[in-house]
Design a binder for this molecule. Structure first.
Ligand SMILES: C[S@@+](CC[C@H](N)C(=O)[O-])C[C@H]1O[C@@H](n2cnc3c(N)ncnc32)[C@H](O)[C@@H]1O
Length: 437
């Protein structure tokens, strides 16, 4: 099912009707929905309009795409392609909702621009009553359908957030806002293309200026892209970068009394959450060594984006290797804020010698988190021809001109080579697919 179908989308309530739900559940088992299977469905269900059948097939397809982000909600929620591109991952929404309640207490909060309703769902689950505001009529109705099971803990209002009245604001303890950050965030693009991210926060909807002015009224937490320039935040705000399953997916800016000028990095991996912040007790600088130990420790991208590598090293009492972006330790670490790589040996850094060293090996994965040149550049610079029967190998190139052959501590506790993903440097890090581009 493609988005070249010119038919208008049926209303979310039609997609949620019993017959439509039944058909969607049946379609979810099909690995692929082809034009001929769609034609057969239309023949087999003459009581349903062809447009409705197309839209149900689209829901089944979107469900597969949404599941890694929103888990089981994907099975029953009404979904939409453009909204899914900026949807908050459910784990992250739950983490932030819990953090908001921790800082603010449970109470009445607004979700300004609720989209399909993932953050509203998490806020209600965390104990808040939520005024969910959405100006797009189709999405507002979808959110109403999606959140119906939460009863009077959620009110979805179809309106522009700018039009909330003083009386509305007066009833709220705080607000969450996830502004639209892509041009033409009009729902339901038909060509399948992904709108470009808006680099200037004043172009977001609602604009960053408006979000900051809102924080003069009440406590606000805003979701922003991982590439957010923290200089746009007031010095009193906390800016928190969030990794989910190894990639930085977004940042939160805690405004209006919710923050105290901290930089934070939080990582969520397989149900474990860990946070580091720029607290005074870490101010003593981390120790530095030139002697590599049994393990190289790689702080996650959120730690690096937040500029907290030294804080992380100091807090864990693990020395920095050569004062660069890597730490080195006698043990592996278990926090989701870092990955551990067992050092096999230090290898030549000079291209000619490294090329010779690599000769017997299979494919090479390059790790260049603090190096001047990206993983791709090292790959073409060395031009290694993998030996078909050779062992794959991972090479760390440090920003201080050293190289190490390493193997990864897997999440199961074992060791292994990484078989894909040679794009893991700072350059490739920012090019890596994130939710917000
Ligand atoms: C990034 S999406 C929200 C996604 C949502 N947090 C989720 O995870 O599903 C932003 C939403 O804000 C809505 N929006 C933008 N400006 C708005 C405004 N002034 N008032 C109400 N809604 C607005 C857009 O229609 C869009 O659905």
């Amino acid at each position: 099912m493609a988005f070249d179908d010119p038919a208008p989308l049926p209303r979310p309530s039609a997609l949620q009707a019993p017959q439509a739900r039944h058909l969607r559940a049946a379609l979810a088992d099909l690995s692929e929905i082809t034009p001929s299977s769609l034609a057969a469905l239309r023949r087999d269900h003459p009581a349903l309009s062809p447009d409705l059948i197309s839209a149900i097939a689209t829901q089944a397809r979107l469900q597969t795409r949404a599941a890694p982000r929103i888990g089981d909600l994907a099975l029953t929620w009404i979904l939409e392609d453009a909204a899914l591109q900026q949807v908050t991952r459910l784990d992250v929404a739950r983490y932030r909702a819990g953090e908001l309640v921790r800082r603010l207490g449970a109470g009445a909060v607004a979700d300004l621009g609720c989209g399909l309703g993932v953050d509203t769902f998490a806020l209600a689950e965390a104990g808040c009553t939520v005024l969910a505001v959405e100006r797009d009529p189709w999405r507002a109705e979808a959110a109403r359908v999606n959140l119906a099971s939460l009863g009077d803990r959620v009110e979805v209002r179809l309106m522009d957030a700018h039009d909330l009245t003083d009386a509305d604001w007066g009833r709220l303890r705080g607000a969450y806002v996830d502004p639209a950050r892509r041009r033409g965030d009009a729902p339901r693009p038909r060509d399948g293309s992904r709108p470009r991210p808006l680099a200037d926060p004043q172009d977001w909807e609602p604009s960053w200026r408006w979000i900051l002015s809102l924080a003069d009224r009440l406590p606000v937490v805003a979701k922003v892209a991982p590439g957010f320039d923290a200089r746009h935040a007031p010095t009193t705000a906390d800016v928190e970068w969030i990794d989910h399953a190894g990639e930085t997916v977004e940042a939160s800016v805690w405004l209006g009394g919710l923050g105290s000028g901290q930089r934070r990095a939080t990582a969520l991996r397989e149900g474990v959450v860990d946070t580091i912040e720029s607290a005074a007790q870490h101010a003593a600088s981390a120790s530095v060594t030139t002697q590599v130990r049994e393990w190289l420790i790689e702080p996650t991208p959120a730690v690096r984006r937040a500029g907290l590598v030294s804080d992380f090293a100091a807090a864990r009492d693990i020395p920095l290797l050569d004062a660069g972006g890597w730490l080195t330790h006698v043990h592996a670490v278990t926090t989701p804020l870092a990955r551990s790589w067992r050092v096999l040996e230090e290898v030549p850094w000079r291209a000619k010698d490294l090329r010779a060293w690599l000769r017997p090996y299979g494919a090479v994965t390059w790790k260049t988190i603090d190096a001047a040149l990206s993983a791709d550049t090292w790959d073409s610079r060395i031009g290694h021809s993998p030996v078909r029967t050779g062992v794959p190998i991972t090479i760390v190139i440090t920003g201080q001109g050293r190289a190490f052959a390493v193997e990864r501590k897997t999440d199961a506790g074992g060791l292994g080579q990484v078989l894909s993903d040679s794009r893991d440097g700072i350059g490739s890090d920012s090019a890596a697919p994130t939710d917000e581009g």
